[in-house]
Design a protein around this ligand. Structure first.
Ligand SMILES: Nc1ncnc2c1ncn2[C@@H]1O[C@H](COP(=O)(O)OP(=O)(O)OP(=O)(O)O)[C@@H](O)[C@H]1O
Ligand SMILES: [Mg+2]
Length: 359
């Protein structure tokens, strides 16, 4: 996959950026706060219609401006499309080749994978980060997953509202939601587990390549549900937990609390791995994700690396760039120190100064 041209208008501090990126490596250098991550965010938005930073749509619109837009000519499997996202407060609209597209129809034409310093907290951080990692990978490979997640989230939210607010027919309403939630859970867990089946051997191999210590890294889906009959077991669990859920005003089990288990040499990586091993685990997960998507999509996703070199030790940093050189992909790499970006060839450097991107 490849971006031929990128335009961002009134997007955060980027007033009017026009870039013709290199087909391989694009290095965006600049001091803190000048807009490097904003460029990656604009590209990420084109691929996902979302920001990777929490917040509202209006926060992406440049202060004092009514609207923002990001456009790019992108190529996937020899087909070129013009993608466009327009933002106004409370309004986000994607267009493909000039035609409006519903979110669900927008996806599939362009895939991005982000590697950011936050990812380095993945093994030890809260489960939500690991679920997000899984879900992003599933969604990149299967755009229909978005609808499945939205269905689950809608029912989950409604059930929680009834748990909290009560009303006349609480028990009957929860009965209905339990049925719906159990059905919706099947799709989510099945997709995530299938992804892990694809990812696990790649993660193990990548970790081996990166560490060369003979230690093995295993990954598995962690759930309190019985995976041989998810729907039945989810219904049972919801019934068993109903009193507790009513007291809490929240649903205690389901894919929204599941986790990705990382096992280093038979022990939980969270508590057992060293700092260096934790970084190697993250690197292996990212390498596996990129390799998987490349194979699945038939074309490597565009990679967005947000200042990760400053967070990796020199050995892991060198391994990251060796890997990037080995994958036929386009990448956008931000840094405050262009020297950390260990790429000598097929590289175009851009300077980002006060929201202006120049050569
Ligand atoms: N809606 C907005 N309108 C205008 N400027 C904004 C908006 N949102 C964020 N900014 C500005 O964008 C800048 C941050 O840009 P960005 O995060 O891309 O910096 P960076 O170059 O990646 O910095 P660092 O090296 O510290 O990561 C800040 O100066 C911030 O004030
Ligand atoms: Mg940044």
């Amino acid at each position: 996959m490849r971006i031929h041209a990128l335009e961002a208008r009134q997007f955060r501090n980027l007033e009017n950026v026009l870039m013709e990126p290199h087909p391989r490596f694009n290095v965006l250098s600049g001091d803190n706060g000048h807009g490097k991550t904003n460029v990656l965010e604009a590209i990420y938005l084109l691929g996902t219609l979302r920001s990777f930073r929490a917040g509202k749509t209006e926060e992406m619109v440049r202060f004092g401006q009514p609207q923002a837009s990001v456009r790019a000519r992108v190529e996937k499997l020899q087909t070129t499309r013009l993608l466009e996202v327009n933002l106004r407060p409370g309004h986000k609209h994607g267009r493909v080749d000039g035609k409006g597209a519903r979110a669900i129809d927008y996806f599939g034409g362009f895939n991005v994978v982000l590697f950011a310093p936050e990812d380095l907290r993945l093994p030890k951080g809260p489960p939500a980060g690991r679920r997000r990692f899984l879900d992003r990978a599933v969604w990149n490979a299967h755009p229909a997953y978005l609808g499945e997640v939205q269905t689950y989230e809608r029912v989950h939210k409604s059930r929680n509202a009834v748990l909290r607010d009560g009303g006349a027919n609480v028990e009957q309403m929860i009965d209905v939601y339990d049925e719906q939630l159990a059905r919706a859970a099947v799709a989510i867990i099945t997709r995530r587990r299938a992804l892990l089946d694809d990812l696990a051997p790649r993660v193990r191999a990548a970790f081996d390549r990166v560490t060369q210590t003979g230690l093995t890294l295993g990954i598995a889906y962690e759930t309190t549900l019985d995976i041989s009959n998810i729907e039945y077991s989810m219904r049972e669990k919801l019934t068993a937990d109903r009193r507790k859920d009513l007291a809490r005003g929240a649903t205690s089990s389901g894919p929204h609390v599941d986790d990705l288990e990382l096992v280093l040499d038979g022990k939980p990586a969270r508590t057992y791995a060293s700092q260096g091993q934790l970084r190697a685990i993250v690197l292996a997960l990212k390498i596996a994700e990129i390799e998987f998507l490349r194979e699945k999509l038939g074309d490597a996703p565009v990679l967005l690396l947000d200042d990760v070199s400053s967070e990796l030790d020199p050995t892991r940093n060198a391994q990251l760039f060796d890997f990037l050189k080995s994958v036929p992909c386009q990448a956008f790499i931000t840094t405050t120190h262009p020297g950390h970006v260990l790429l000598a060839e097929e590289r175009l450097d851009f300077q980002v100064v006060a929201g202006v991107v120049g050569r």
